[in-house]
Design a protein around this ligand. Structure first.
Ligand SMILES: CC(C)(COP(=O)(O)OP(=O)(O)OC[C@H]1O[C@@H](n2cnc3c(N)ncnc32)[C@H](O)[C@@H]1OP(=O)(O)O)[C@@H](O)C(=O)NCCC(=O)NCCS
Length: 201
């Protein structure tokens, strides 16, 4: 018997592990083990900024932890949870790699494979905030989901107090569908309300 707790199967169309998206100023691609030092350094430098809303930032206790996590991301990708890094786009080097400094991360999670629908999540290093990078990168991923993956619905959920996250959803053209009162506990133990935004075709 299936349960609601069973992770959804990946939808029929899901990006390959080596998937790369380009926007004007960013390169969006899956984290690789060679990104471990950069990811660890950015999370440490922005720990409080990220952890205020995403407590996983406290879990990055060493580069080895971060490297193991990236290996887990790669395994989870096959199961319908893609975790991308967002990198500053730089001119092609001799290897053709345009990914420069790490700016943040973006997740694309399958929610209902038969629809298909997805949820996206995001974070930026504190130093990368306020330049429009997230709206630009998330827009590329949402358009990809709606066109190439045939998504009928893309969802964003955030703490109702997280005004910067809600503003990204609004800039992406998402509609606020719901405000869930006392939906979860925040990491400090307080009750939090959750906003649900969506775009659909
Ligand atoms: C949520 C988060 C990604 C939003 O970052 P952000 O920098 O506000 O969002 P964007 O990258 O889209 O940038 C928009 C800002 O850049 C400004 N900006 C500057 N140049 C811009 C450009 N070329 N294009 C668009 N916006 C630009 C905008 O005016 C806006 O600033 P404002 O809010 O002060 O008006 C970031 O606050 C974060 O990582 N927070 C911690 C983790 C988190 O909360 N994640 C979400 C959990 S649900």
């Amino acid at each position: 018997m299936s349960s609601n707790l069973t992770p959804p199967a990946p939808p029929l169309a899901f990006p390959p592990l080596d998937h790369t998206l380009l926007s004007a100023r960013t390169v969006i691609r899956g984290f690789q083990p060679t990104d471990a030092e950069a990811l660890y350094a950015e999370v440490v430098a922005s720990r409080e900024h990220i952890a205020r809303w995403l407590p996983w930032a406290y879990e990055h206790t060493s580069v080895d932890y971060t490297r193991d996590l990236i290996t887990r991301f790669q395994a989870e990708w096959q199961a319908g949870a893609a975790t991308y890094g967002i990198f500053a786009r730089q001119p092609d080097d001799s290897s053709g790699d345009q990914a420069g400094a790490l700016l943040g991360g973006l997740g694309l999670h399958s929610r209902q494979p038969d629809v298909p629908s997805f949820e996206i999540g995001y974070w930026l290093a504190q130093s990368a905030e306020g330049h429009g990078y997230m709206t630009e990168a998330a827009s590329a991923l949402v358009e990809y989901a709606l066109s190439a993956l045939g998504a009928q619905r893309v969802e964003i959920r955030c703490n109702a107090r997280n005004t910067r996250s809600a503003a990204v959803a609004q800039r992406l053209g998402f509609t606020q569908e719901a405000l869930l009162h006392n939906d979860r506990r925040a990491h400090d133990g307080s009750l939090r309300d959750t906003l649900i935004f969506a775009r659909w075709v």
